[in-house]
Design a protein around this ligand. Structure first.
Ligand code: PSV
Ligand code: MN
Length: 426
């Protein structure tokens, strides 16, 4: 199924009147308070978030997986699904592939398909947390950190292969997330594991093209439950520094112990120019991979406040690679991704409303009450008309979820692909 501009334009007509009056009201109010509304709307429409290829099918838990009809089976179909989301939102103009789940058969055809949908290939993801059929080495006891030299070399070579594939597709970065760690005390020598990881990452980094970046992702636990070799931002930061200038830390919102101050981590990394990538999701307890903004929207806003500050004040930090890393087993995956995009853009727009000059003055005056008022005034603004204005300008749907349902996208995908298809991934 393909959604063209005319269909969306037609669909938007029924909502246009409402949108114009809501936007007019908010725009007047914000302009009076000194905000640059058209500048904010153009920043919102320019904000593109990569969709991971593995979030297009139903996610599973270790207890079960409940399939969703019409799931994409091939890489082409996955690109078609991202294309649908992008047509409806104009904010998902990139896709992030996971190898070996998405090895392209015909590179030229895949590139053409992506270009047709207006998509670019964002960071490539390697996978050394699962053994593939016919694998010559096992990752059961680690990959880049493994005590076994052959397993380490095998994992390094896999990452080189991912870079080769990414180069052909036009990607410019590699994300490495390692499940490596231990489930029991004594299982690993911490220092040897860390040193092996550092050495392996350096070998991968040395094989990267000059215009590529390496993103090192951390996570405190799972699948290992006693220790993880790259457990926190400090370890990832240290390893990135050991690799070199084009190696960065990647923050995944779900990869922190409860109550961690993620906004402070973001600020610290951007100050040091080392925040390279960002994975969005939400969670209540652990790495729950729930829809962005579904549990802690205020925390997301505070994080965005630091991201916006960093993007404006830290030229030493590259523009981060944004990706949604959420997937679970009870929502239509495409609706879930559209909801995540909406939550990301709401938090971004709210953060753009923070009066940075007034906040700085209040901080210098040690006026704690005023500081809180400034942040919460921005957070409590219903910015959804600004998102609609961005979509109106780019020809996307004013209400993407309503359009998705109205156009019967899922029903169409089921009739095209069948009810029992299963996407590759976790
Ligand atoms: C690990 O939990 C992670 O966040 C990494 O980014 C993986 O590549 C992704 O999820 C999918 O398993
Ligand atoms: Mn992640």
């Amino acid at each position: 199924m393909i959604i063209d501009k005319d269909t969306i334009e037609q669909y938007n007509k029924s909502e246009a009147e409402h949108f114009h009056s809501d936007f007019g009201f908010l725009s007047d109010k914000l302009t009076k308070s000194g905000a640059n509304v058209s500048g904010i709307v153009s920043k919102i429409s320019g904000f593109q978030v990569a969709v991971p290829s593995w979030a297009l099918g139903a996610g599973g838990t270790r207890f079960g997986r409940f399939s969703y009809g019409g799931e994409p089976v091939t890489l082409e179909q996955k690109l078609d699904d991202v294309g649908l989301i992008h047509a409806l939102t104009h904010s998902a103009g990139a896709v992030s592939l996971h190898i070996p789940w998405d090895i392209p058969g015909d590179v030229k055809a895949i590139k053409e398909k992506a270009a047709f949908h207006g998509l670019v290939f964002d960071a490539m993801n390697s996978n050394t947390f699962q053994d593939q059929p016919g694998a010559k080495q096992s990752y059961k006891f680690g990959s880049l950190n493994a005590a076994n030299e052959d397993a380490r070399a095998y994992a390094v070579e896999h990452n080189r292969e991912v870079i080769r594939i990414g180069k052909e597709l036009g990607s410019k970065s590699l994300t490495v997330w390692l499940a490596d760690g231990a489930s029991f005390p004594g299982q690993l020598n911490f220092q040897a594991a860390l040193s092996n990881t550092e050495q392996s990452l350096k070998e991968i980094y040395a094989g990267m093209p000059e215009d590529w970046k390496l993103f090192i992702e951390y996570k405190p636990y799972e699948p290992n439950f006693y220790s993880t070799t790259i457990q926190d931002w400090g370890t990832a930061f240290m390893l990135a520094n050991a690799c070199g200038e084009r190696a960065y830390t990647l923050v995944d919102l779900g990869h922190h112990l409860p109550n961690s101050n993620i906004e402070q981590i973001v600020a610290t990394l951007m100050y040091k120019g080392k925040l390279g990538g960002f994975h969005f999701n939400d969670s209540k307890y652990g790495d729950d991979d729930l829809t962005v903004g579904s549990i802690k929207p205020y925390a997301l806003f505070l994080i965005f406040n630091e991201l916006v500050y960093g993007m404006e004040n830290n030229p030493q930090n590259p523009y981060p690679a944004w990706m949604i890393d959420a997937s679970h087993n009870i929502k239509d995956p495409l609706e879930d991704l559209i909801q995540s995009l909406e939550a990301i853009l709401i938090a971004y727009a709210q953060a753009l409303l923070v009066d940075q000059k007034a906040l700085k003055d209040a901080q210098l005056d040690n006026d704690v009450v005023r500081c809180q008022e400034i942040l919460q005034n921005a957070y409590r603004t219903d910015v959804r008309p600004l998102l609609k204005a961005a979509r109106w300008q780019t020809g996307a749907a004013l209400d993407p979820i309503a359009a998705y349902r109205n156009l019967k996208v899922r029903e169409n995908l089921i009739s095209e692909r069948g009810l029992n298809t299963k996407a590759t991934g976790l």
